[in-house]
Write a protein that binds this ligand. Structure first.
Ligand code: SF4
Ligand SMILES: [Zn+2]
Length: 131
């Protein structure tokens, strides 16, 4: 019997941790926080519980965790374009619909509250070439 270690067909991929992914994570967090607050999810009398560390309700926190996980496993890594311009789009249909709703709401508002982040995000979308 061989003593060689067996290789799994599905080898564990290392998570994306580069600056490009970091910027995307920041952008999506800002957008989801803006959406959550703008819709009063944490307001008085609202039943949604708060995810303390991110300052969002549980549902928005789940969407944020999902979006971050997709980024950490993004097949394009540091060469990715913005998710909105992605030729693949790896989100499940319901999550994709949710993030689109968030982006439609938060995108225009971010121009005023986070102009530099917005500009950088736009440049990332224009200059990146997924490969
Ligand atoms: S949508 Fe595209 S760019 Fe965004 S994480 Fe998924 S594969 Fe990567
Ligand atoms: Zn919320």
């Amino acid at each position: 019997m061989s003593t060689e270690p067996t290789t799994s067909k599905r080898q564990a991929r290392t998570l994306n941790v580069g600056p490009r992914i970091g910027r995307e994570k920041t952008t999506v967090r800002i957008m989801i926080v803006k959406y959550c607050k703008g819709h009063g999810h944490l307001g008085a009398g609202h039943t949604k519980a708060k995810v303390e560390e991110q300052g969002v309700c549980v549902e928005c926190g789940e969407l944020l965790a999902y979006a971050w996980k997709r980024l950490e496993h993004c097949r394009f890594g540091e060469n990715k374009t913005t998710c909105g311009r992605c030729p693949v789009h790896c989100y499940k249909p319901d999550r994709r619909s949710e993030i689109k709703t968030v982006m439609r709401y938060a995108g225009p508002r971010m121009i005023w509250s986070h102009p530099l982040t917005t500009l950088r995000h736009m440049l990332d979308g224009l200059t990146s070439r997924p490969s």
